[in-house]
Design a protein around this ligand. Structure first.
Ligand SMILES: C[S@@+](CC[C@H](N)C(=O)[O-])C[C@H]1O[C@@H](n2cnc3c(N)ncnc32)[C@H](O)[C@@H]1O
Length: 280
């Protein structure tokens, strides 16, 4: 079965995540075939996986803090959720406290402590951004929200849904090249939601992890997608709709999305951008 439950409301990710695809879930679901295994090489906050029901789900992201948090939740969610909730109090919603917890996070090597603080930082930091400096330090400023939401029911839903998932933390090429070794991939669907290709030379936010996602990466992903499809897999890629993405996805079935979002460009102006889905 490809959809978790067509009649129930959609499950929302518990993280705020740049480029999150919650608003596209219904559209993406219409591309999902009835197969047994879903692979997401760029899972992020997991909007699609949360609203799919495959007997096998392989979820990957290069962001080690993200995958560590998912693994903590998968194995010990009740205590994790209770401990995380204790962080969401008014005394922690002040710049001084935020920057102190951010320092503690940046110095911590303890997986449990890092995962609790990662969730706290995601909801108390500016705009849910996830950005690291060259030394790997999380450097998002304080968000200054009046009362950050504690996503209790979203965390519980994630835990329940993630029981069947296998999490990986690798570069997408390492993950996808492993599948290319198989002779047939008819039972698999790959949903690839890479960091957006830039709309202009300057508008290129790709700072989810320390590494940057280059134009070469975008091309390499399109090439791997073709190879996976040749072995029988369904491959879906979402991205900005630009001459560059149209060129690299040539040969795939393309859908320009009616949904558009506004982005900041050149200081204070905002403009609409369109996105495409490429299906191999
Ligand atoms: C657009 S977001 C995915 C959003 C996700 N679909 C959602 O709904 O939340 C892109 C993700 O790719 C991850 N990423 C960036 N470079 C990567 C790489 N080389 N390999 C694997 N994941 C990468 C980022 O950490 C980020 O979570």
């Amino acid at each position: 079965m490809k959809q978790a439950s067509p009649t129930l409301p959609l499950l929302r990710p518990f993280l705020k995540w740049p480029g999150g695809k919650f608003r596209l879930v219904k559209t993406l679901q219409s591309y999902l075939p009835e197969v047994s295994c879903l692979v997401e090489p760029f899972v992020g906050a997991g909007a699609l996986f949360l609203n799919s029901a495959y007997s096998q789900m392989i979820l990957n992201d290069i962001n080690a803090d993200l995958i560590n948090l998912y693994r903590q939740l998968q194995t010990g969610s009740e205590k994790f959720i209770a401990d995380a909730k204790k962080m969401f109090v008014s005394r922690n919603n002040q710049p001084k406290a935020y920057y102190r917890w951010r320092d503690i996070f940046n110095q911590s090597c303890d997986p449990m402590e890092r995962s609790l603080l990662f969730l706290y930082l995601n909801r108390h930091g500016y705009n849910g951004l996830c950005r690291y400096n060259a030394k790997g330090g999380f450097n998002v400023p304080f968000g200054d929200y009046s009362r950050p939401y504690f996503p209790q029911k979203e965390l519980e839903a994630f835990t329940e849904h993630s029981q069947k998932a296998i999490f990986h933390c690798q570069d997408y090429t390492t993950l996808l090249n492993q599948f290319l070794k198989s002779a047939k991939l008819n039972h698999m669907v790959f949903y690839c939601d890479p960091p957006y290709a830039p709309l202009t030379h300057t508008a290129n936010f790709t700072g989810y992890a320390q590494q940057r996602f280059t134009l070469e990466d975008q091309k390499k992903l399109a090439k791997i997608a073709k190879s996976l499809a040749r072995k029988g897999a369904t491959v879906i890629i979402s991205n900005h709709d630009t001459p560059f993405t149209r060129e690299i996805y040539r040969g795939a079935k393309l859908q320009q999305l009616e949904v558009s979002r506004t982005i900041s460009c050149q200081g204070k102006t905002r403009r609409k951008v369109t996105e495409i889905i490429a299906c191999y």
